[in-house]
Design a protein around this ligand. Structure first.
Ligand code: AFP
Length: 337
C-alpha cells in the first residue's frame, strides 16, 4: 500500500496548528472507534442488533439498538482521549461535560453516531458524523459553549459504512477521503483535495414531501424534471438514500445537489436535519471541496445556533445549483414582499 495513512497525513497536516497534536489524537480516536463500529454493523444481522427499541430519543424518533451502541462507543472514545471537554450527541438530550471544574481540554465534539440508522434493518448505507469545535479554555463549561456558528469548526469528518468503510475529513485545508484496509485496520488516503464539480445533473431529495415544499423548491425540482425540453435543457437524474452521509459522499465523489428543505409537514420546524452535528460538519466538508451549502436564504456556516438540537433547512453540493436555488428563494421572498 503506497497511499499515505491517516496517521501520517495528520502528522503533516496538523504540524502547523497550535492544537495540531491534540486534533490528530482526537481524529485517530474517532477513527479507531469507527472501526469497532464497522465490525459490529457487519455482524449486526447475526447478533440481532438491528432491532428497533421501544424508547424514543430527544428527536422523538424510535431508537435502533445500534444507535445506542454506537453512541456509547464514541462517548467512551472521546472521554478517554483526554482532549475533549464535552460532547453533544443526536442520541442524548443534554450536553455531556467531561470535566465540570475548570476546563483544560481544547475541543468540543457534536456528533451523530449513526446517521441513516433507519437503513440498518435493510442493510443500507449508514454513517457517523462529527463536528469539532474549540472549547473555552478555563472556566466551567455547559451546553452554551456548543452554540458556535459552523464557521468556527476546527474540523469536520464523517465515516461511511458501505462496501468500503471510508473516513472523509477536513481540518480547514481541503477535503480528503481515506479508505479502510480491514486487514490492518488502517485508513489510507484515496481521494486527496476533493473538488465538487460546480455543475451537475443529479439531485437528491425526498420527493414524497413535494406537497409540503416552499415554491422555490417546487420550481427548481420541476425544472429538473422537465429535462431536455425544459428551461434547463438537459435531463436530470435523482438519488435518495435516506442517509445524509451516503448522499453527501456521492456528491463529493461525482457532484450533485442535496436538498432537505424546510417543509410545511411540520411548520414549526425550520427543517428536518440538525444544525450542530449534521448540517454544519457536512457544510464544512462541502465548502472545503469547493461546493456551497445554504438554507436557501443564508450560508449554513454563518448561522448562530440557539439550541443544541436546532434543526435547519439544508441545500448543499455543486456550487451553480445551490446558487440557482438560493436565487429562486430570493425572487420568491421579494415577490412575497
Ligand atoms: P435517521 O438517522 O433517523 O435514519 O435519519 C436520517 C436523516 O437524518 C438523514 O441522514 C437523511 O438525509 C434524512 O434523515 C432522511 O429523511 P427521510 O426519512 O425523510 O428520507
Amino acid at each position: 500500500m503506497n497511499n499515505k495513512s491517516l496517521e501520517s497525513y495528520l502528522e503533516t497536516a496538523c504540524a502547523s496548528l497550535s492544537y495540531g497534536e491534540a486534533l490528530a489524537k482526537l481524529v485517530l480516536a474517532a477513527a479507531k472507534a469507527s472501526i469497532e463500529l464497522a465490525h459490529l454493523l457487519a455482524k449486526s444481522n447475526l447478533t440481532g442488533d438491528t432491532e428497533k427499541l421501544s424508547n424514543k430519543n430527544v428527536q422523538g424518533e424510535y431508537q435502533m439498538r445500534l444507535d445506542v451502541i454506537s453512541n456509547d462507543i464514541f462517548v467512551k472514545a472521546f472521554k478517554a482521549s483526554n482532549v475533549v471537554a464535552g460532547i453533544v450527541s443526536e442520541e442524548l438530550e443534554d450536553a455531556v461535560i467531561f470535566n465540570i471544574e475548570g476546563n483544560q481540554y481544547p475541543f468540543l465534539v457534536a456528533f451523530d453516531p449513526l446517521d441513516g440508522s433507519s437503513n440498518i434493518a435493510v442493510n443500507g448505507i449508514v454513517g457517523s458524523i462529527f463536528s469539532i469545535l474549540p472549547a473555552p479554555i478555563h472556566g466551567a463549561i455547559d451546553a452554551q459553549a456548543f452554540l458556535q456558528a459552523g464557521k468556527s469548526q476546527l474540523a469536520a469528518l464523517y465515516v461511511i459504512y458501505g462496501p468500503a468503510t471510508m473516513l472523509v475529513i477536513s481540518i480547514g485545508n481541503g477535503t480528503q477521503a481515506f479508505t479502510l484496509d480491514a486487514a490492518t485496520n488502517t485508513f489510507y488516503l484515496t481521494q486527496a483535495n476533493i473538488n465538487i464539480s460546480p455543475q451537475t445533473s443529479e439531485f437528491a431529495i425526498n420527493a414524497s414531501n413535494e406537497r409540503f415544499w416552499e415554491k422555490p423548491i417546487i420550481r427548481y425540482i420541476a425544472e429538473c424534471l422537465d429535462g431536455k425540453a425544459g428551461l434547463r435543457a438537459r435531463d436530470f437524474n435523482m438519488r435518495w438514500t435516506a442517509s445524509m452521509v451516503a448522499d453527501v459522499h456521492r456528491i463529493l465523489m461525482r457532484g450533485g445537489v442535496f436538498l432537505y428543505p424546510k417543509d410545511n409537514k411540520q411548520p414549526t420546524k425550520a427543517g428536518r436535519l440538525r444544525l450542530l452535528y449534521e448540517a454544519n460538519p457536512m457544510s464544512m466538508l462541502v465548502e472545503q471541496a469547493h461546493g456551497k451549502s445554504s438554507t436557501g436564504r443564508m450560508r449554513i456556516l454563518d448561522i448562530q445556533p440557539t439550541e443544541i438540537h436546532e434543526r435547519v433547512a439544508v441545500i448543499l453540493g455543486s456550487e451553480q445549483e445551490v446558487s440557482l436555488i438560493a436565487q429562486y428563494h430570493q425572487l420568491y421572498d421579494q415577490q412575497k414582499g
